[in-house]
Each structure stands twice: as structure tokens, then as C-alpha cells.
Design a binder for this molecule. Structure first.
Ligand code: GLU
Length: 426
């Protein structure tokens, strides 16, 4: 049975790169019917923080990555590492230097492993120094704790970032010394920013929770992460997670670095929003607005449902809906001053707005079909294009030049609000 692990160090938040490493492990476990296990690499007690751990676990859950079994904390296993190191000393494979224990590396030997992505990697031990296993403060080194744990936890596949490639030959030597079989290794390539450098704050948010705050959907993030370095073929881009599970194989991951493209992620998020049922999007965006402290329980869900339906097609992130919310619910509108200047400060603007207002006042009902008919008739009567009425009305009632269909917006706002907003420009 496949047993893979994700081994975060709780010394920082879960960022895009580690989330993708976790996802590839998770997909591989699901694909093979195996287990996905978490190991918390908190042997550095100074730098490891509870809040980071909570955030990492919260991010994994948010991205639907459930794990099997109890997770393992390295900080609780120091006795075990010590025991293994002592055994190597007894067998004269390691020696002491004060309280530290150091592994003897046999010189002039080749050590290799067959990486599932990169193929065979061979290194001469000439290039490997003796390895500290237990430091003088009695904490284990990463390489040693990692090998002891992967062996004890019966991990079959180690899937991790290729920044660890140089550690792997050292780990292979340790497996040999401990008389254990090394697992399979797959080192996944780095994620680079669009300008070819390493991902950093400069290129946008790096922690997964920041993306949550920016209104990204976890489904879209999972989809986007999966495609960074892996392609299912046929240029497929939008795919449900069940299909990713069916098609994913770690050996198909690219050797070359993947590029993180924020525009692509936004586009993908927009696709997920577009495909989502309006009622679900309304509920999810409501949670988002609540989390941001924008709405409370007195919020009018019925009106919001209509708003979301009208704006769905043009929404890329849940955050886009914050400004939309303000148009329909806030007391005071925020106006795009340039748009006001362009559409509502012409010589005849007041007259146009007045005529629109009068036409709307006379309508028996206030549904979009009736509103549209009234606008078209008025444009005919005035011998102008309907656009001459539509553009200024849009700015007057929403403060912006873009948005959902004007007549949809007007129906949702209702007659009183529309007339009041037009009055400001009469
Ligand atoms: N804690 C290590 C890291 O976050 C884990 C490396 C590994 O998977 O072996 O890079």
C-alpha cells in the first residue's frame, strides 16, 4: 500500500509551493488508494510556533486535503532518534564529538537513487562530509530525523520539493547504515514567478490564507496548483478533483520549473464562479462578506441572491462582490469621478436624467422588461441612441461605468432607490 507524507515545518505559513507539494502527495495517495500522512517537523523548538501549525492545518482543510492517521510530531520523538543514533555508534558507523553524534561517510563511493521525475541521480561520497545526526543541544538534524521517521512510518514514496535533491544522497546513505530500504523519491520542480525568479511577496501573496482573504475559491486554487507542473493532456484546464485523482501520476510531473501566473489563477477562479449555482455562490459570498465584517445577520438574502445572479458572469473573485455589495446595500454611493464628469456633466445631462426619471415614475410595474421598453421609447421620442440614456443612468445609479446589465440592476435596486439616485443629477 502506498504511504506518502507531507512534512511541514511549522516555522511559517503554508505557502503556494508547499501547498502544491501537499496536493501532489494527496493526489498520489488518493490515486493509488493509499494513505496521506502528516508529520510535523518541529524539531526546531525556537522557530516552531503553534499559530503556524494551526494555520497550516487550516489551509490544508480549506483545500479539502484530509489526512489519514494521527499526525506525528518530531518534537515528541527525540528519544527515538537518540536510540537510532546510539545504535550507529555501537556499530561504529557513527562517532561522538562531545554530546553530538556524527555519521561517518565512507569516502570514494557512488551513491545513487532513481528519482521518479528526474531519473537516476548519482553523487560521489567525496562530495559528502560526515553528517551530524544529533546536534550538541541533543536535537536531531533534519536529514536524520527524516530518515528515521520515513522508515518508522513505513513511507513508500517521498514526494517533496527539488530543493531537497541534495539531501537525498545523504539520506540514502543513512538508510543503508540503518539496514532499511529507502523509499521511492520524487522531487518536484520549484515554482517560479512570471519574471523567472523565486516566488516572493513581490509577486503577490504567497500564503494560502491570503488567497482566501482575496476571495479565491479553494476548488480553483486546488485546480490551479495541480496544473503547476502537471498536465493531464488534451490541454484540459478546468477539472474536478475526482478527475485529477483519476489521472494524476507523480511520474508525469514535469522536470522543469512551473510558473505562477496570478492572471491565470484569477481567470480560473472566475470560471469556477461562473459555473457555480447562483444560490451556492450567494451563500459562499455571504460567508466571505461576514468574515470581512461587511455584513451581519440582518442582511437581505433575497436581494443578495438576485445581485449575485446578475453579476456572476463578470465576477472573478469573491472580493469583486464587495464593491457590488456597496452599490445595492450601502447608504451612500461611491462615484467614479471621471465617469460622472464624462456622462453626467454634459450640457443636456440634467434634462436627460429628468426625462428618464419621469418615464420611470409613470411605469405601473418596475421589472426589467418594462424599464427597458420605457428607455427604448424615450430614446426614440428624443431621437437619440438608447446608449445616450443608458450610460449616464448606469453611472448615476451605481457610480461606475461597468457592471451587470443595467435593467437587471435597476429592477434589483427598486424604483425608490433608482429615482433617488437619478434625482441627484436632475
Ligand atoms: N520539513 C521539510 C520542509 O518543509 C520537509 C522536507 C521533506 O519532505 O523531507 O522542507
Amino acid at each position: 500500500m502506498t504511504r506518502v507524507r507531507f512534512a511541514p515545518s511549522p516555522t511559517g505559513y503554508l505557502h503556494i509551493g508547499s501547498a502544491r507539494t501537499a496536493l501532489f502527495n494527496w493526489l498520489y495517495a488518493k490515486h493509488t488508494g493509499g494513505k496521506f500522512i502528516l508529520r510535523i517537523e518541529d524539531s526546531d523548538k525556537e522557530r516552531s510556533k503553534e499559530e503556524y501549525l494551526d494555520e497550516i492545518l487550516g489551509s490544508l482543510k480549506w483545500l479539502f486535503m484530509d489526512w489519514d492517521e494521527e499526525f506525528v510530531f518530531q518534537s515528541k520523538r527525540f528519544v527515538l532518534y537518540k536510540k537510532y543514533a546510539e545504535r550507529l555508534v555501537e556499530e561504529e558507523k557513527a562517532y561522538r564529538e562531545g554530546p553530538a553524534i556524527i555519521f561517518k561517510v565512507e569516502k570514494d563511493k557512488d551513491v545513487f537513487f532513481d528519482d521518479m521525475i528526474h531519473g537516476r541521480i548519482t553523487v560521489s561520497t567525496k562530495e559528502i562530509k560526515d553528517q551530524v545526526l544529533i546536534k550538541s543541544d541533543l536535537t536531531p538534524t533534519y536529514n536524520f530525523a527524516c530518515v528515521v521517521d520515513d522508515a518508522e512510518m513505513m513511507i513508500t514514496h517521498v514526494i517533496r520539493g527539488d530543493d531537497h535533491i541534495s539531501n537525498t544522497p545523504k539520506q540514502v546513505l543513512l538508510y543503508g547504515a540503518l539496514g532499511k530500504t529507502a523509499p521511492n523519491f520524487a522531487h518536484i520542480p520549484l515554482i517560479l514567478s512570471k519574471d523567472g525568479g523565486r516566488m516572493s511577496k513581490r509577486h503577490g501573496a504567497t500564503s494560502i490564507f491570503e488567497y482566501k482573504g482575496m476571495g479565491f475559491l479553494p476548488e480553483a486554487i486546488v485546480n490551479y496548483l495541480a496544473l503547476m507542473g502537471w498536465a493531464p493532456g488534451n490541454d484540459r484546464e478546468i477539472m474536478p478533483v475526482e478527475e485529477m485523482i483519476r489521472l494524476f501520476d507523480v511520474k508525469d510531473v514535469n522536470k522543469t520549473p512551473a510558473t505562477f501566473d496570478m492572471d491565470k489563477l484569477s481567470w480560473m477562479n472566475g470560471q469556477y464562479i461562473k459555473e457555480m449555482e447562483s444560490s451556492i455562490l450567494a451563500a459562499r459570498s455571504e460567508d466571505f462578506l461576514k468574515d470581512k465584517g461587511i455584513i451581519d445577520d440582518k442582511f437581505d438574502k433575497r436581494v443578495w441572491g438576485d445581485v449575485v445572479k446578475a453579476y456572476k458572469e463578470r465576477t472573478r473573485t469573491l472580493d469583486d462582490l464587495v464593491s457590488v455589495y456597496k452599490i445595492f446595500f450601502a447608504g451612500e454611493l461611491e462615484y467614479d469621478e471621471k465617469a460622472v464628469e464624462k456622462y453626467l456633466k454634459k450640457a443636456n445631462s440634467k434634462d436627460v436624467m429628468n426625462r428618464c426619471k419621469t418615464a420611470l415614475e409613470g411605469l405601473p410595474g418596475f421589472d426589467k422588461t418594462a424599464i427597458e421598453a420605457a428607455y427604448r421609447k424615450l430614446a426614440d421620442d428624443m431621437k437619440v441612441k438608447a446608449a445616450e440614456l443608458i450610460h449616464p443612468t448606469r453611472v448615476a445609479i451605481s457610480g461606475k461605468t461597468v457592471g451587470a446589465g443595467l435593467f437587471d440592476m435597476m429592477e434589483i435596486l427598486g424604483r425608490d432607490k433608482v429615482l433617488a439616485r437619478l434625482s441627484k443629477f436632475c
